[in-house]
Design a binder for this molecule. Structure first.
Ligand code: FAD
Ligand code: EPU
Length: 335
């Protein structure tokens, strides 16, 4: 395993922030991961997947360990279901395509989400009415402090909206090596999200299968979200806030057009609407900006520093707080 020193992380983060890591290495299997952690554990290890949910505010003075564990295979199946095991370093969308091409249903609404399979359970990725927890079977993680490999089943993970135990009590203390998903041989199509139905109608599909749903979601995403290969970004920068019913009634009396969605523990308000209403949509300062079509996405037009993006996020957060009394929570991991 090659350990490099003082290397640029620009190719390894979707914001395209040009910072350096003091040390950098890649691991292809769990033994390499464990060996690297044993040898370099004292240099504050940071596990990296596709770098599509991370903002580096400055150089990383420790060791960045990039997950390259590969392999996608069906490990169990019966007449109705199949369990797929996938290396944490696989590209998420390759796993989706593996499933869709075999007509195994459950992941199709999550088509084209950037990043690695190993990172998917961490914030319980979600889109178009589905979250990865809906098909999640189990994962294997190496616990850095305990120096052991542990299997986590769904009940152990405390999955929530963009949330899990890996963002909380286990934060910074684990490496996700492999993940298993349980998929259906008789897929139930989920077109609950209006945009999917509209897209399928536009494509002239009347009896959609999962490949059609995957195609529709892929097209919607391409039309809505900036491509990080062209404009640096990490998807939604903030989570959509959930407020109490009382708070919502109060806001609705002041802003009759406020959009809202029912949530488990209150009412979800689109952060994009809050940010747009505060006047940030399309805002640009230097190379840091708030996207012209989707204000929840902060962008790097070229040479913005991590601090410039972070400072813009702070200004947005303060203005939303002052105007609406809502404190936005960052979705992106700030390092
Ligand atoms: P990274 O950015 O590499 O890492 C994220 C965090 O996880 C870091 O803290 C890192 O240290 C840690 N980590 C990564 N891998 C491991 C591992 N194997 N073990 C331990 N820790 C690890 N997200 C959604 O939920 N829904 C969307 O619709 C969506 N759309 C997006 C669209 C765009 C254009 C972009 C750029 C991002 C979008 N995201 C979305 C966010 C992102 O795709 C997900 O959060 C994804 O799971 C990040 O994967 P990654 O491998 O790039 O993680
Ligand atoms: N809106 C505006 N102005 C805009 C755009 C949107 O006011 O310019 C409002 C509208 O009311 C719209 C609502 O925001 O109905 C929701 O917009 P959209 O459907 O684009 O979804 P989102 O809330 O911005 C969330 C996720 C995305 C996910 C999509 C689709 C979060 C934080 N973001 O975005 O996930 O792909 O729904 O399901 O939950 C990510 O996590 O990185 C991510 C991109």
């Amino acid at each position: 395993m090659k350990v490099e020193q003082n290397i640029s992380l620009k190719p390894y983060n979707s914001f395209g922030i040009d910072v350096k890591a003091a040390y950098f290495a890649e691991f292809n299997n769990e033994n390499e991961a464990v060996e690297l952690l044993q040898e370099y554990g004292k240099y504050r290890p940071l596990i990296l997947g596709g770098g599509s949910n991370i903002l580096f505010k400055g150089n990383y003075e420790g060791i960045v360990l990039r997950n390259k564990i590969k392999g996608i295979r069906i490990v169990k199946e019966n007449t109705t279901e199949a369990v797929i095991e996938c290396g944490g370093g696989e590209v998420w969308n390759d796993l989706v395509n593996f499933a869709v091409s075999r007509n195994l249903g459950g992941l199709e609404n999550l088509s084209l989400i950037p990043g690695s399979v190993g990172a998917a359970p961490i914030q319980n990725i979600g889109a178009y009415g589905v979250e990865q927890k809906d098909s999640f079977e189990s994962l294997e993680a190496f616990l850095i402090n305990k120096k052991t490999i542990q299997v986590f089943e769904a009940n152990d993970c405390a999955f929530g909206y963009r949330d899990s135990i890996f963002k909380r009590t286990l934060k910074g203390n684990f490496v996700i090596l492999k993940v298993r998903y349980r998929l259906s041989k008789f897929p139930v199509i989920n077109t609950e999200y209006g945009a999917i139905r509209e897209k399928l109608n536009a494509l002239g599909v009347t009896a959609p299968g999962i490949a059609d749903v995957s195609k529709a979601v892929t097209e919607i995403r391409k039309s809505k979200l900036p491509d990080p290969a062209i404009i640096g970004n990490a998807g939604s920068f903030f989570k959509n806030p959930v407020v109490s019913h009382e708070m919502f009634i109060h806001l609705k009396s002041q802003y009759p057009n406020i959009p809202s969605f029912p949530a488990e523990n209150g009412i979800k308000i689109p952060a994009a609407w809050l940010i747009e209403t505060c006047g940030w949509k399309g805002y640009r300062k230097g190379d840091a900006g708030c996207h012209i079509h989707q204000p929840l996405v902060l962008v790097n037009y070229g040479k913005a520093s991590g601090n410039e993006i972070y400072n813009l996020s702070e200004e947005i957060l303060q203005s939303v707080k002052e105007r609406f009394g809502i404190v936005l929570e960052r979705e992106v991991n700030v390092i």
